[in-house]
Design a protein around this ligand. Structure first.
Ligand SMILES: Nc1ncnc2c1ncn2[C@@H]1O[C@H](COP(=O)(O)OP(=O)(O)OP(=O)(O)O)[C@@H](O)[C@H]1O
Ligand SMILES: [Mg+2]
Length: 421
């Protein structure tokens, strides 16, 4: 080393600055990479140590020199630990890291594990109607999985899609159905989960999840529900915490697009108008999930009535469908649940029973010919027969269960779709 160059204090100070940033970079290398590249870290560590050794030699004050020697000694022993970890990694093929490195990996993988879900359902056939939504998802997720060779060069599949629409129209169900259909790993998280974390943890959760899924070899689906509460329009009044969470999410969404990675991000919201335009822009496709039309309403109710004995004519079904105009899928499920439970309520109230030819016990009134008075608790459980569900049950259910989405809300969605959808 040319020591003459270091006669002047400015040069020595510069050397101190260089070493400080060297160690800062090292700590970033530990912090930022999910899969730690130990060989790279060791190489960089060595070059930092060389610089530190040179500085120890040129430092004029003996006192400071001895402090630097101590730092050098500690840093060398740290370097040896990492080298040891790398050696045992390559020997038995298992992950063995210095304790602090291992802790970080465990924290990250725990955070990611919390978002892993087993999707519910069988596939896209679970979804009634919504043909355009299924077509887009098919094109963006299923087709690239089946024919990856079609999606090379400039032809990239969309990998960030927003589903918006009134509550209960099946947005969450679509996410599960898609993951089932694609048979890929499903990560699901709601904005409320992210925001309820400690300050600083929310950003880490977003960063870890995106970094991990982006680097995966296999395709996967990341579902973020209630995205509006995470991406509200930015304002001067908002706190630092919420601003930095948004910034982190913006960074991750950007990287997801530019890496053309295997992670497909699906987000859902009831309030698309609350979403900041910076986020809106990053959804390559925004799909409106509307209330079910006539045919879909019929299908949703009929699906739930499978294996239930009903006494409903074609006219009755038409009537039910007409009377449930404006009901969401979730509303329809509530109506049907109520209607098919009605005959069960009568069992409890009935004190009289009639025994049928096939030895079943049917509830009846005191006036029924052949009716016998027996409390419900004494009726053989496996012999109880329930009467069929009728139009009267549905009429009562519809009366008691009003629709939850108003006409003015629907207008708001339509307006949004024509302006920004
Ligand atoms: N098109 C549909 N096909 C099948 N089931 C549906 C459909 N729409 C709604 N449902 C049923 O309605 C219920 C609510 O659906 P889901 O939770 O997916 O709605 P959502 O749009 O996510 O609501 P929210 O916006 O309140 O989160 C579910 O039980 C689902 O089975
Ligand atoms: Mg939902």
């Amino acid at each position: 080393m040319d020591k003459t160059k270091f006669n002047n204090n400015d040069e020595i100070l510069r050397k101190y600055g260089e070493i400080a940033s060297c160690f800062e970079n090292l700590s970033k290398m530990f912090e930022e990479s999910y899969e730690l590249n130990l060989s790279n870290i060791i190489k960089y560590y060595k070059s930092c140590l060389m610089k530190l050794r040179d500085l120890t030699i040129i430092e004029k004050s003996e006192e400071i020199q001895s402090i630097l020697m101590n730092i050098l000694r500690d840093a060398k022993s740290q370097q040896q630990k990492i080298e040891g970890a790398l050696l045992s990694n390559s020997r038995d093929g298992k992950e063995k890291f210095a304790p602090e490195v291992k802790r970080r990996k465990v924290d990250q993988s725990n955070r990611i594990k919390l978002t892993m879900r087993k999707p519910i359902g069988n596939g896209l056939d679970d979804i009634v109607g919504l043909e355009n939504v299924k077509t887009i998802l098919n094109k963006s997720v299923l087709l690239p999985l089946q024919f990856p060779s079609l999606f090379t060069g400039g032809r990239r599949p969309w990998n960030q899609i927003l589903l918006y629409g009134p509550p209960g129209t099946g947005k969450s169900k679509i996410a599960h159905a898609l993951a089932c259909e694609a048979k890929v790993q499903f990560y699901s998280i709601s904005s409320a989960d992210i925001l309820s974390s400690w300050v600083g943890e929310s950003e880490k959760m977003i960063k870890d999840l995106f970094e991990y899924t982006r680097n995966k070899e296999e395709r996967c689906i990341v579902f973020i529900d209630e995205i509006d509460s995470l991406c509200r329009q930015r304002s001067n009044k908002e706190g630092d915490h919420s601003r930095s969470v948004k910034n982190q999410l913006l960074i991750e969404l950007d990287q997801n697009i530019s890496y053309n990675c295997n992670s497909f991000v699906l987000c859902a919201t009831n309030c698309p108008w609350d979403i900041d335009s910076a986020f809106m822009r990053r959804f390559q496709c925004r799909i409106y999930v509307p209330l079910p039309d006539k045919n879909s309403r019929l299908q949703i109710i009929k699906n739930q009535c499978k294996e239930i004995n009903t006494e409903l004519t074609e006219e009755d079904w038409k009537e039910i469908v007409n009377r449930t105009e404006g009901y969401s899928g979730a509303d329809l499920m509530n109506v049907t649940t109520y209607a098919i439970q009605e005959p069960l309520g009568e069992l409890e109230n009935s004190g009289y029973w009639i025994i049928t030819d096939d030895n079943k016990w049917m509830p009846c009134t005191s006036e029924t010919d052949g009716g016998i008075k027996v409390p419900l608790g004494l009726v053989p459980a496996d012999k109880i027969a329930v009467r069929n569900v009728t139009m009267k049950d549905f009429a009562k259910a519809i009366l008691i269960t009003p629709k939850t989405v108003t006409t003015s809300e629907i207008e708001k969605y339509k307006q949004f779709s024509s302006d920004r959808g």
